[in-house]
Design a protein around this ligand. Structure first.
Ligand code: ZN
Length: 490
């Protein structure tokens, strides 16, 4: 098995990956809170953790990939007050909260499928794990790191920080946080502004509520991930992923809950993908640059000059390292669209190259393949891997141009580079060939080109030229070669 290195947020170091159980990788990723359409912010973790899972499987691990659905307890502004995001949407749309959840979960699944991400092996919902969450809150209370107040239960951050280190993951210190924060206004049930809810007593109008030892209420947002990750992956598991925006408070609180209840953090490697900006700005509804994935795929948004296909978005995301910020702009996406097309075209061409036992050897091809794996196994360095794949694109184009007959073994390395790595690990498929429309289109163009061949054979050049002009007008470029006519859709 190849060695895999991963940057661990908690140590701020690149570490060799050593799972709890050899050969088995347990991965937990914080999934969406399903109260709105999947947007650009969902695409990056979706694609990043998908490549992680595909790569680990390819290098020989059995992977258990768990990604949750948050359907209760995530309050406005990620805080401990305000309305539940899903309940609020349900009230505004006059729907049942679970109708909102079902609607947006299906929409999220569709968007993730279009981005060619594999579904998680387990996709637990917070509302389906209330018993596990109550049990975790009880454990934290028993250990003395939480207190009950008016039917709600809060995590006692100061008490925890006396014995452990609150801020270990995000690199913050409680002292610094305390000196920068206003005191409580006296209205709160909390003892300190840093304490966070483990259980909230439901207000009378609150629909989503369950009985508990403390009140009819609902779990705090951070509790679900501590409860569900340990249920499906064990009390210590390998990789916990999510966006950088979840680092604090969400993951910091998860870590504190795990340590408070069980005396250990429960996670070996914390992995965080960086954020996406749009034309240099943070994406936000108030800035008018909030883009859903559907708007990107259809081009239906005022800041977009065209539609961008799911594969273009996927390729664009992978052109940057997951720990770097990534800026979306029309220019950058158009460049990505062109780059992806070259890569896919070279993959199709590579499969058609002529090879023979005693064919010409291609210098450096085996090393090139090795360097792609080395990059991917080095903390998922997809930009370097893609740069190396483009070296393979250049090689394929030269072989094609010179019509070289290559060695069988080189052809099989090219197959691995394009089919197993580019398609299999990076998930970059040929969208045109994959879609039914693509197949039909291919058939129709081939048929028209047959008619044109016949016209040329009978010296009917007027018809032959007319067909070429009409196809060109439709964006279909044709090129006559010795072997026949090649065509390309622009
Ligand atoms: Zn989470």
């Amino acid at each position: 098995m190849r060695e895999f290195y991963l940057y661990n947020t908690i140590n701020r170091k690149r570490e060799i990956f050593e799972p709890v159980t050899p050969g088995l990788a347990g991965i937990y990723v914080c999934g969406p809170t399903v109260y709105g359409d999947a947007h650009l912010g969902h695409a990056r973790p979706g694609v990043t953790y998908d490549v992680l899972v595909r790569l680990l499987r390819k290098i020989g691990y059995k992977v258990r990939y768990v990604r949750n659905i948050t359907d209760v307890g995530h309050l406005e502004n990620d805080s401990d007050s305000g309305e539940d995001k899903i309940a609020q949407k349900a009230r505004l749309e006059q729907l049942e909260p679970m109708e909102v959840v079902q609607h947006y979960t299906l929409r999220y699944h569709e968007a993730m499928k279009l981005l060619n991400t594999l579904p998680p092996d387990i996709e637990p919902r917070a509302s389906g794990h209330i018993i596990e969450q109550i049990s975790l809150v009880n454990q934290i209370l028993d250990k003395g790191f939480a207190y009950e107040s008016n039917g709600s239960v809060y995590f006692d951050v100061e008490e925890y920080n006396r014995k452990h280190n609150y801020g270990a993951l995000s690199g913050r210190s409680l002292d610094d946080m305390q000196s920068n924060t206003r005191t409580l206004d006296g209205q709160s049930d909390k003892r300190s502004p840093f304490d966070f809810a483990l259980w909230k007593k439901a207000a009378p109008e609150h629909i989503m509520r369950w009985p508990s030892p403390w009140s009819d209420g609902f779990p705090g947002w951070h509790v679900e991930c501590s409860a569900m990750s340990s249920k499906y992956l064990g009390e210590t598991f390998d990789i916990h992923g999510g966006g950088m925006d979840l680092l604090f408070p969400h993951h910091e609180c998860e870590l504190a809950q795990n340590t408070a209840a069980r005396g250990k953090s429960g996670v070996r490697y914390w992995m965080h993908n960086n954020m996406i900006t749009i034309n240099g700005q943070k994406m936000g509804k108030s800035l008018g640059n909030f883009i859903t994935l559907e708007e990107l795929f259809t081009g239906n948004h005022k800041i977009l000059v065209q539609a961008y296909s799911p594969m273009t978005i996927r390729f664009f995301i992978l052109q940057a390292h997951y720990r770097s910020t990534l800026d979306f702009s029309n220019e950058a996406l158009q460049a990505a669209e062109k780059g992806l097309k070259r890569l896919v075209q070279a993959g199709n061409d590579a499969s058609k190259l002529k090879s023979a036992q005693n064919g010409t050897a291609i210098e450096g091809l085996a090393e090139l393949k090795e360097s792609v794996y080395t990059a991917l196994c080095d903390d998922l360095n997809t930009p370097i891997a893609i740069a190396n794949l483009f070296e393979a694109v250049r090689i394929v184009n030269t072989i094609k141009e010179k019509q070289t007959v290559i060695r069988e073994e080189d052809k099989s390395i090219l197959r691995e580079l394009f089919e197993e790595i580019s398609v299999g690990i990076l998930g970059l498929t040929d969208e045109q060939a994959a879609s039914g429309t693509g197949e039909t289109l291919r058939g129709v163009v081939e048929m028209i080109l047959d008619v044109r061949r016949e016209a040329k054979a009978s010296k009917d050049f007027a018809t032959s030229d007319k067909i070429r002009e009409r196809l060109t007008a439709l964006g279909i470029q044709i090129k006559d070669t010795k072997e026949g006519t090649e065509w390309n859709l622009n």
